[in-house]
Design a protein around this ligand. Structure first.
Ligand code: DGJ
Length: 708
């Protein structure tokens, strides 16, 4: 609900209030954001004496004031939401509108109003110095604890206006009694959970590597220092964007905290001619008074409802087998068919042909961009192979890396200028490849045409969309945003051309795991690191922002190709089954005992995947701070729950650990389907469950609880 009364705006979601007002001079003053305030007669901020602040002719000292749309240089000298280079800007209220629903964002992915419970406040501010309009958008969802914000800047002046920075949101908190948690990483270890106290000064959690990145996920939480999984205030800030991003946490001399999130101003500039508009990406603010657990469950629900869309939105995801770690690029049709046929017998539903099927590609130094089949390897072509596989009764999926080109490719030889390059410099290679310049219409058209024509001709049900390097040699400031818009256009055209195909995003594993991608592709390959113990940390860290239905997780070979570890088939299966389940190993060489185990895992996954992929997620034990990681997923009516605990290292002569479960129905009895044991919910939640780990390192313990 959005109410406008006595110059105050009251925005209310499920259990969240966002309140701000228009002051006498026309500035937007932030009053409150957090747990719902049901009665709010006045907003009294005590007058504080503070010297060394400046005031303008309207008498206002903006440096003193919590603002919604700060600019730098006149009476506020903190970091600005928007800046027009050397031109000082003063933004004052002009008008506003409140309407049902929400408008789409120009050329950018954004959240939906899938439940038709959204209301939007659109405020127009005017800068009379520069003749510029700035619109602030706030969307509230009645049944969610998330508020969506974004900004539009429209140049009304005759001359050109240059935007130097345009964040998507700003909130000024009146104190700095916070810690922050964010999710940095690296290839093979994405979304590590890192917590720091908020200190005096500026923390800029950002990425300027072209995509949202392994290195820094666009998700940052500000929270009470003692917040845990069950209690404490947690404010989550997430960007619906896949390009360079920045989240600034800035504490000033009076220990107040300004938070802003949006496009990284580093390397950004945008020119606007008269009446041209710039639209920022959308930012999502989610609040929980019940700690990180509450925050994640609100966010997961929001993402499943308003970010993920299309045919696969609510469908259980197919169990797949991918040939990458089975064969890498060394395969032929016979090998592929042998894997697919055995997979079918084991109950697996989808076979995915990974990298190496096109051009002359037998290793990673050629052929990206040449999207035509290598008949030496696959004599029946993709159409023939897809038919043979689907005739076996298993679906067929295909790998692409649409945004890339190899210097050794027909495409590059024909169009060397289609690769991103700058100032006559030979562009830097990474994994022997270059990035196509998707700001160019002819390049976009080529990529769309070449991918869609294959998807339309062959029986393809799934696409893995890879992206395996950073973007270097960007020729101008603002290029990364132009690229990101071009990438979204290409992605939209391709995914809309084949609406029933399931797309899985990928970027050297989880290097582009963000809400922008999830608006087009309902799931993402979480990491190239498939060791279940490493995955325990990666999936645990990822779960803070993203629901299990978005995380690809596969059982791979032992010893693991990345780490050399040898966890059991059970451990590999239990961790992988906690996401979108699949396999990625050469099943044709496995002993019968492993094949029997796989058959059982596949049956198990089919039984529990709706619960696991669409249930409510509880983190119970943090592997980043201890030796055990544990999570639990409970369905909406609390009749079923899957629990999985993993012990990293065996410790000598200690008793069974006890872990308290969560989310069950108080007073109810539950039977563990795996052992037949009956427990009361209260005993599991208040006393805790004894975790009877098997002997050894790298072991798991699971329960499938059904209410009696
Ligand atoms: C990186 C991906 O993350 C892998 O799963 C695989 O698809 C390779 N690329 C193929 O080149």
């Amino acid at each position: 609900m959005i109410i406008f009364r006595d110059n105050y705006f009251f925005l209310e979601g499920l259990d969240i209030s966002y309140i701000f007002r228009i002051d006498k001079a026309g500035y937007l003053v932030h009053c409150y954001m957090g747990k719902k305030i049901k009665a709010y007669p006045t907003h009294i901020v005590p007058e504080r004496f503070y010297c060394w602040h400046s005031w303008g002719e309207d008498g206002v000292k903006l440096d003193e004031i919590a603002q919604e749309a700060p600019t730098y240089g006149h009476t506020d000298l903190r970091k600005p939401l928007i800046s027009f280079g050397e031109k000082i800007s003063v933004l004052k209220y002009k008008c506003h509108e409140i309407y049902k629903g929400k408008k789409p964002l120009d050329a950018l992915p954004a959240s939906l109003d899938a439940l038709s419970d959204a209301q939007t406040l659109e405020i127009t501010l005017y800068d009379s110095l520069n003749n510029v309009e700035v619109k602030l958008f706030y969307t509230v969802f009645e049944s969610m604890n998330t508020i969506a914000r974004h900004v539009e800047v429209i140049n009304r002046a005759e001359g050109e206006l240059t935007l130097d920075s345009c964040y998507s949101m700003c909130i000024d908190f009146e104190h700095s009694d916070f810690s922050e948690t964010h999710f940095p990483g690296r290839w093979g270890f994405e979304r590590e959970k890192v917590t720091n106290p908020v200190v005096r000064g500026t923390l800029d959690i950002n990425n300027a590597r072209g995509g949202s990145g392994h290195f820094m996920n666009p998700h940052v939480c500000l929270h009470s220092p003692d917040a845990n999984e069950k209690s404490g205030d947690v404010y989550s800030f997430m960007l619906v964007y896949s390009g360079n991003h920045s989240t600034v946490i800035d504490t000033d001399q009076r220990m107040r905290t300004r938070v802003m999130q949006g496009i990284n101003p580093f390397g950004f500039k945008w020119s606007l001619k008269k009446d041209e508009k710039f639209t920022s990406p959308e930012n999502l603010i989610t609040f929980s008074h019940e700690g990180f657990g509450g925050m994640s469950r609100f966010l997961h629900k929001f993402i499943r409802t308003n970010i993920v869309r299309g045919y696969w939105k609510e469908k259980p995801r197919p169990i797949l087998i991918n040939n990458w770690e089975a064969t890498y690029m060394n395969f032929n049709e016979e090998k592929i068919l042998s894997i697919a046929s055995l997979a079918k017998d084991l109950g697996i539903e989808l076979f995915v042909l990974d990298d190496g099927w096109f051009g002359k590609r037998n290793n990673d130094n050629c052929s990206l961009g040449d999207w035509y089949v290598n008949y030496d390897k696959l004599p029946s072509g993709i159409e023939g192979l897809a038919k043979k596989v689907t005739d076996m009764g298993i679906k067929f999926g295909l790998w692409f890396e649409p945004e890339m080109v190899s210097p050794d490719s027909d495409l590059y030889r024909a169009h060397p200028d289609w690769a991103i390059h700058a100032h006559g410099l030979k562009p830097a290679e990474s994994r022997n490849q270059l990035v196509l310049d998707l700001t160019k219409k002819e390049v976009q058209d080529y990529v769309i045409e070449s991918v869609v024509s294959i998807l339309k001709k062959a029986k393809i049900s799934y696409v893995k969309w890879d992206y395996n390097r950073y973007i270097t040699d960007m020729p101008r400031q603002g290029f990364n945003h132009e690229y990101t818009l071009g990438m979204y256009h290409v992605t939209k055209c391709i995914t809309e051309a084949v609406p029933e195909v399931l797309f899985e995003g990928c970027s050297g594993g989880g290097g582009r795991f963000d809400l922008g991608i999830l608006c087009y592709m309902p799931q993402v390959w979480t990491s190239d690191n498939t060791d279940p113990i490493e995955r325990l940390y990666i999936q645990y860290g990822t779960s803070f922002g993203y629901p299990t239905s978005t995380m690809g997780s596969h059982v791979t070979a032992s010893p693991n190709h990345y780490t050399g570890r040898k966890p059991s088939m059970k451990t590999r299966g239990d961790i992988a089954i906690s996401g979108n389940f699949g396999y990625e190993l050469d099943i044709t060489t496995l002993p019968q005992s492993d094949l029997d185990a796989i058959k059982k895992q596949v049956e198990e996954c089919k039984k529990i995947r709706s619960l696991v992929q669409y249930g409510n997620f509880y983190r119970l034990s943090d592997p980043f701070t201890g030796n055990i990681g544990a999570w639990q997923i409970v369905n909406d009516d609390k009749s079923e729950s899957f629990f999985c605990a993993t012990r990293v290292m065996f410790k000598s002569n200690v008793y069974f650990p006890i872990i308290k479960l969560d989310g069950l129905e108080e007073g109810a009895l539950y039977r563990d389907e795996y052992t037949g044991n009956v427990y009361s919910a209260d005993e599991l939640m208040y006393r805790g469950a004894f975790i009877e780990f098997p002997h050894g390192d790298f072991v798991t313990f699971t329960m499938l609880l059904k209410k009696i």
